[in-house]
Write a protein that binds this ligand. Structure first.
Ligand code: 9MG
Length: 283
């Protein structure tokens, strides 16, 4: 069987099973992990724990993207994340950096990052050029309506699956036109980014329609408010709901799942895979 691959800096990832991207926030105000990793040393320790739990990719962020979050300067963002990249460069896993600022992108790629995870889908002036100039780095182009400070005020769509699909198609075309090979691109519907709870669930229900875009799909649902809307749980109590979402997303074509709770998600995906294959390996 042929499996698609995703070029991600020093790594060529084979997408024969869903991959798990572990979240490493280096921010004082992260809504769901309570700022416990807000130092380079603590973030590095946490990243090593996520690798031991089975993370395939690490996603490091120095600026919160939660609704209403305050912006962070480029200097401060770099001060938070560059030491973490230096500590993790040789950890054996691809290092993704969650940033939308072209100057930060350039610096982290020079410091050894493999993947740029951009919630603005390279719409900031200069971003396309920075990523195109690094021949092998991967990029995640995410859908977002509006911007983090105000995106949840009154998001409106004609048809959410059509609108998100069209946006992602356009951003992929812009990236390819700038010189970024399709094999370096993954796409993300951007759950929680400029979408009501109802719109998030409608989009997840119809997510398999995005397979027509012919790029790996990265999906993040972990501990988000759309999980709380159903379960009524606090961020740290949303693991079960997040895993239900992750499995539904994988069933609808997701290739990479971005999560806080790596160990539990890896277990769930192993059981899911055994069911899908109708057999177990190594027993
Ligand atoms: C940074 N960040 C927060 N949520 C995210 C999501 O759903 N996808 C991606 N790519 N990044 C996210």
């Amino acid at each position: 069987m042929n499996h698609s691959t995703f070029i991600c800096g020093r790594f060529e990832l084979t997408l024969k099973r869903p991959l798990v991207m572990g979240i490493v926030n280096v921010t004082p105000d992260s809504f769901s992990d309570g700022a416990v990793h807000f130092s380079a040393e603590a973030a590095t320790r946490h990243a090593h724990e996520l690798i031991a739990q089975g993370a395939d990719i690490l996603d490091i962020g120095g600026e919160s993207t939660r609704p209403g979050a305050d912006p962070v300067s480029e200097d401060e963002e770099l001060r938070r994340i560059i030491p973490v990249i230096q500590n993790l460069r040789d950890c054996g896993k691809p290092i993704s950096i969650d940033t939308f600022k072209p100057t930060v992108m350039r610096a982290v790629l020079e410091a050894g990052a493999d993947l740029i995870n951009d919630i603005y889908a390279l719409r900031m002036p200069g971003a396309l050029e920075v990523v195109a100039a690094h021949p092998n780095c991967g990029v995640c182009l995410m859908h977002m309506q509006g911007e983090p400070k105000t995106m949840q005020l009154a998001p409106v769509y004609d048809n959410i699956a059509n609108d998100v699909s069209q946006f992602l198609q356009e951003r992929k075309a812009a990236a390819v036109a700038a010189g970024i090979a399709p094999s370096r691109i993954c796409l993300d519907p951007g759950y929680g980014f400029g979408k009501t709870v109802q719109q998030n669930y409608q989009l997840l229900h119809e997510q398999d329609r995005l397979s027509g875009l012919h790029s790996p799909l990265l999906v993040g649902l972990s501990r988000k408010s759309m999980i709380a809307a159903i379960t009524g749980r606090s961020p740290q109590e949303r693991v079960a709901g997040s895993i239900a979402g992750a499995l539904a997303a994988v069933n609808r074509g997701a290739a990479i799942i971005r999560v806080h709770d790596v160990e539990q998600t890896v277990d769930a995906l192993k059981v899911w895979a055994a069911i899908e294959q109708g057999e177990i390996h190594g027993a």
